[in-house]
Ligand binder design. Structure first.
Ligand SMILES: Cc1ncc(COP(=O)(O)O)c(C=O)c1O
Length: 432
């Protein structure tokens, strides 16, 4: 047998999910997992009831039809599309209808469907903003699509580099067909794109005929309500943006429910034109057939319990993240008061699940293993988010699902690890 799974990017997400089982006693700042305390069986069963009630009272199904809908095969587009579209319109000003939405098995399936649908690997390249969530670069690798990394500035992607990359691709008889970007508290860096950067990116997209794949995963997680500028999709008047969302962080990741908003008309292989959402749903017949209707029902039931609103659900969930972020920043300040002298610094995000620490030492997988074994704390090497190289002296801390006690203890251990490593290798300073 010839195993062709040769790109390390394919292991990156699995690694984040599995490393904790290797070091079960360690405090783990590794995975970007949501905080799920309180989401017990009773809550999920109540959510299912809420969805069944909604199916009958609002959608007009009989109780039998409502039940059958969640245990049978279902439409490949999904069964909670109108609920999602309504919330996207009312909460976020995205003019979506149910027909524009495809419910996917997490955001990850959405990436695969979009790239498979719109890219010709012989001539189309995907640009992605680095550091980057590995799922999108991995999806491109899965489909044999070439990628171009665009560095991230404090306010968003470096548009100069993006423009140059488009020109370089053109000169080589290729084109950059789309840019993947997560404007709201990106994973891993926590960057939030300013309103101005969003406007400039949309302008550039129109000039370069570049589709923007907007990942809205962490939009709900701002420290201050109203501090997130409108999404690219909400400002999109020219059909330049396909938005990808997920209920993994808002509800629970085990549901595996995500969605795409794709109202654009696309030329079909047979010459006609149809809505991109239709084409994605057609392809989905060959990936997962449909997203589990039972999972859609439970996740949508949680939304219904929040008035059918993604934003309200987000606010309910977000209190924990705001407190955890403050607790981690406070703990790092207390446990590393001499950070500046040591050459250590960290970001101060205002949303998202992540914080990035820079230090003048190599922070790779070997350092992680040593830190886990000797100090009982886990994190993620930032190099995992630079698939084409970079990030070797930085680590990502995820504070999303730990308690404040764990955060404080984890920061103590991390500070000890960093200080000891730094003192053991003083000559590394200046080589960053
Ligand atoms: C930026 C970003 N997009 C997408 C996803 C994946 O979401 P899903 O669980 O819906 O596949 C994640 C998960 O961590 C993420 O951080």
């Amino acid at each position: 047998l010839a195993d062709v799974v040769d790109d390390p990017i394919f292991s990156a997400i699995g690694f984040l999910n599995e490393i904790m089982t290797r070091y079960p006693d360690a405090i783990s700042f590794a995975p970007g997992a949501p905080y799920l305390d309180g989401l017990d069986r009773a809550v999920l069963s109540d959510a299912l009831d809420a969805f069944l009630k909604h199916s009958c009272e609002v959608e007009g199904l009989s109780p039998t039809a409502a039940w059958k809908r969640i245990i049978e095969y279902g439409p490949s587009k999904g069964i909670v599309n109108s609920l999602l579209a309504r919330s996207l319109r009312d909460d976020y000003g995205i003019q979506a209808t149910a027909d524009d939405v495809v419910v996917t098995v997490g955001a990850q399936e959405a990436f695969l469907l979009i790239l498979r649908c719109l890219f010709n690997p012989a001539k189309d390249q995907l640009a992605y903003v680095v550091p980057c969530f590995p799922g999108i670069r991995g999806a491109a690798a899965f489909l044999g699509i070439n990628t171009v990394a665009i560095p991230e500035n404090p306010a968003g992607p470096d548009l100069g580099v993006l423009r140059e990359a488009c020109a370089t691709a053109r000169a080589a008889g290729q084109r950059i067909a789309a840019l993947y970007v997560a404007p709201d508290f990106s994973n891993p860096s926590g960057t939030i794109m300013s309103a101005r950067a969003r406007a400039e990116l949309l302008e550039l997209a129109a000039e370069e005929e570049l589709l923007l794949l907007e990942d809205s995963t962490y939009g709900f997680s701002a420290s201050e309500v109203g501090s997130v500028p409108p999404s690219l999709k909400a400002r999109d008047t020219g059909g330049m943006v396909v938005q990808i969302g997920t209920l993994s962080k808002l509800c629970f990741p085990g549901a595996r429910v995500g969605f795409v908003v794709a109202e654009q008309m696309a030329r079909s292989a047979t010459g006609g034109a149809r809505r991109l959402a239709e084409s994605l749903a057609t392809l989905k017949n060959m990936t997962t057939v449909n997203t589990s209707p039972l999972a859609q029902a439970v996740a949508a039931g949680l939304l219904l319990r929040a008035g059918g609103s993604l934003a309200v659900r987000g606010m309910i969930q977000n209190g924990h993240y705001v407190r955890s972020r403050a607790a981690l920043l406070d703990a790092l300040d207390r446990h590393l008061p001499d950070a500046a002298e040591l050459g250590i610094s960290w970001t101060r995000p205002t949303g998202g699940f992540f914080l990035v620490v820079d230090a003048p030492i190599v922070l790779d997988h070997a350092a992680l293993a040593a830190c886990a074994t000797e100090y009982g704390v886990l994190w993620t090497p930032m190099s995992d988010f630079y698939p084409d190289g970079g990030g070797s002296r930085s680590l990502r801390l995820s504070y999303s699902y730990l308690t404040q006690t764990q955060i404080d203890e984890g920061a103590t251990r991390l500070a000890r690890f960093l200080r000891t490593r730094l003192l053991a290798s003083p000559t590394t300073e200046g080589t960053r």
